[in-house]
Write a protein that binds this ligand. Structure first.
Ligand SMILES: [Zn+2]
Length: 71
């Protein structure tokens, strides 16, 4: 999964929107990257989650969702 529209808010915080990124309903997933980690929320079913951002020299940034029960 690639974070396509990464928006930098400040030095420590960025946001991305992943269309069809929600693992539960396939809806749009909003992703916030900060010093505390990567948090995700689905705009459709409000599934909360966390993710790891992996930097890859070739593919760029890759977002790996952490499987978690529905909040
Ligand atoms: Zn969802």
């Amino acid at each position: 999964m690639n974070a396509t529209e990464l928006k930098v808010i400040d030095d420590a915080t960025s946001e991305a929107k992943l269309s069809e990124g929600c693992p539960a309903c396939g809806g749009r997933l909003d992703v916030r990257l900060s010093a505390e980690g990567v948090f995700t929320v689905c705009v459709h079913c409000h599934l909360l989650g966390r993710a790891h951002l992996v930097k890859d020299e070739d593919a760029g940034l890759e977002l790996r969702l952490v499987a978690r029960a529905r909040a």
